[in-house]
Write a protein that binds this ligand. Structure first.
Ligand code: AMP
Length: 119
């Protein structure tokens, strides 16, 4: 049985409502909230409530969860007026990717032009 909550994890605490963070979306499995240091006019983090450290810890059992996270990103992108303009979705995974918070999160970024390849 995999661990569901890590009491030392900031995103577990946010998902549990410990800081009163405003959720732009919430369900029994997923919450979404604005990044505290936004890198674009829209910068939202979509996370599972369950503590999964990173993408490479996912299993086939999580495929529905990940699909739902993408659906939530589309819902929020629409709400933010980004559907036609476009937006970027990012999962950082592990040290060299720049992942800082080891609780799975999908970045939804939009409202400006992005470069490719990313830095
Ligand atoms: P990553 O580099 O992919 O691990 O991204 C972690 C993101 O979490 C960064 O963009 C941070 O600004 C953001 N972040 C860290 N702490 C908080 C917090 N308490 N509330 C909202 N966003 C946070």
């Amino acid at each position: 049985m995999r661990q569901t909550i890590n009491t030392d994890c900031i995103f577990c605490k946010i998902a549990a409502g410990e800081f009163g963070t405003e959720f732009l979306y919430e369900s029994p499995e997923i919450v979404a909230f604005r990044d505290i240091h936004p890198k674009a006019p829209t910068h939202i983090l979509i996370i599972p409530r369950r503590h999964i450290p990173k993408v490479s810890d996912l299993t086939e059992e999580d495929e529905k969860l990940i699909g739902r996270m993408i659906t939530v990103a589309n819902i929020l992108a629409e709400q933010e007026g980004l559907r036609e303009r476009g937006f970027r979705l990012i999962f950082n995974c592990g040290r060299e990717s720049g992942q800082e918070v080891f609780h799975l999160h999908l970045h939804l970024l939009g409202g400006r032009l992005f470069n490719w390849p990313p830095g």
